[in-house]
Design a protein around this ligand. Structure first.
Ligand SMILES: [Zn+2]
Length: 57
């Protein structure tokens, strides 16, 4: 199978927030904290567009 969304990052299901700094060279940005939307179970970084998504059960 091919994972077409390499910008999706799985986070532990008990997590409520994540930190993001872009990580990869050109996409780097100041470190920020993102609160995971409890209804959607995910949050998108406004700087680099990475999608942080809780692992499904
Ligand atoms: Zn980011």
């Amino acid at each position: 199978m091919i994972n077409t969304n390499k910008n999706t990052i799985k986070v532990e299901s008990h997590s409520e927030k994540v930190s993001c700094n872009g990580e990869e060279g050109d996409l780097g940005h100041p470190k920020i904290y993102l609160v995971i939307d409890s209804k959607r179970g995910s949050v998108t970084c406004p700087y680099c567009g990475k999608l942080y998504k809780k692992k499904s059960n």
